[in-house]
Design a protein around this ligand. Sequence first.
Ligand code: SF4
Length: 636
Amino acid sequence: MTAESIFPRLEPLLPKVQKPIQYVGGELNSTVKEWDSADVRWALMYPDAYEVGLPNQGVAILYEILNELPATLAERTYAVWPDLEALMRAEGVPQFTVDAHRPVRAFDVFGVSFSTELGYTNMLTALDLAGIPLVAAERGDDDPIVLAGGHAAFNPEPIADFLDAAVLGDGEQIAIAITEVIREWKDEGRPGGRDELLMRLAESGGVYVPRFYDVDYHPDGRIKRVAPNRPDVPWRVHKHTVMDLDEWPYPKKPLVPLAETVHERFSVEIFRGCTRGCRFCQAGMITRPVRERSITTVGAMVKQGIEESGFNEVGLLSLSSADHSEIGDLAKGLADRYEGTNTSLSLPSTRVDAFNIDLANEFSRNGRRSGLTFAPEGGSERMRKVINKMVTEEDLIRTVTAAYSQGWRQVKLYFMCGLPTETDEDVLGIADLAKKVIKAGREATGSRDIRCTVSIGGFVPKPHTPFQWAGQADHETVDRRLKALRDSLRRDKEYGRAIGYRYHDGKPSIVEGLLSRGDRRVGAVIRAVWEDGGRFDGWSEHFSYERWMAAAERAGVDVDWYTTREREENEVLPWDHLDAGLDREWLWQDWQDAVSGGEVEDCRWTPCYDCGVCPTMGTEIQIGPTGRKLLPLTVV
Ligand code: SF4
């Protein structure tokens, strides 16, 4: 397969499409290496448009790490919009990388990072445009290894037929290990072809190769067992955990987008993992344990990243950034360092307490005091206990009072609808809470110029969480509750006009639920949707519930069975052979505790409660305070 640039064939198409700049590459800090300087080559894809894909941290980190390796190159590719797809098909232009516009099929690995299952159809488009057979079993020795990673790869079964391999967990070390396996196999003259390469990857224990596992079913459709069909392939595949984030200070040279993107800032991950134990949160469960990056390294990364990119906003990322053990020192140190400059700091706030307001004040020293976001997630105290989000109404009111009285005028509250055991009253409780927030704000400021936006997402039960056994609420129930909530807010003469309301209907959550907890039989639905024109399913203007339901019917897949059905304790779940480290018995007990009102503390500050991750993975919680300082100490 030739690796020559396809740009001469792409260029004439670009004036005919929207936002052509997203396809031209050449961003500051992008890398183009000579093709022949490398013997292992990766094409990395984020399966969404450039504007969403470019800021993705996972792809950016692997791109840099792989390009730093000798004799290895990595380039990026994104989903092309339907206007360019049609022209590429008409002109025979293949899926290309934006860096050197090389055809994706020429690479050794086609790595796709899935943050959400709604990117599956976009992967099929890319494979098809690349000229790579959609079905893994039909690929030949000239085709790349199609490899999935990211959070959705913790249950890759619905796309198992389309994948050669999947990797669970942190990608830094395993990407290097996979590169070395491929290099060795190529150096030896590719013995045994593609099959042997996949065997070598599978035998390593760190790469899941779906074709080496057979799935048997009971007559009623439940899974009987998943078993390796070759000797030397492990029964379970484990996730990867990077234990010292200070050793992996990436991105060092952040990519600066050419076209508009969803986040235009330099993001530094200040810790990985979360042990707060919110039962709905797959990210929190599968990234355990907590591993903090030291304040010194964060400071150095911020300094270098700004210098290398020219960004004037820095985001301190994690699943709950205010929980970093030295966040106070970090916020103050960075705010001091950049005071009076054009560099502003941001912190995704999800915890509801007064400490967050102090932090927000530090972070807004150089910027606008626009809005604060809090996520109580559940509308009633009872609901918040079920999901283990231990926030009382009192906490919330105290926090927003502090925020409003210190000059913040806009508070955004995030909730979910369709949670296990939820009733209509729990959802209507969101309206009461929002009204109390406005009332508190008016009292604290003496002003009526107070706003609160209520934003609601549909709950989807996810694999590797205590809710993996739960029945998902059907979309009719979710829509009915959301409508009742909207009516309750609108009816209120005193507070209704001060409360904004954002929600989506419940249908996309059902499709996400099908894909999240699906098994290999769901692959036929994904393919049928794609053949019927399904693209960009994460975008409401492209998503079609009817298309998904029609495809499921054609494929003989009962969507309710996969979504609204509650599972028994001993049912074999499609992802049971994929090990996120969590003890299955602990997860089941936590699901029982959810229903009976039992709470779990955060193991960072209380004794270990044996979720299983640390002993299984050989890891441990890594938190400060380290007593180290933010360097350099000079104020810019
Ligand atoms: S094993 Fe214990 S310390 Fe480790 S994440 Fe689980 S509960 Fe926390």
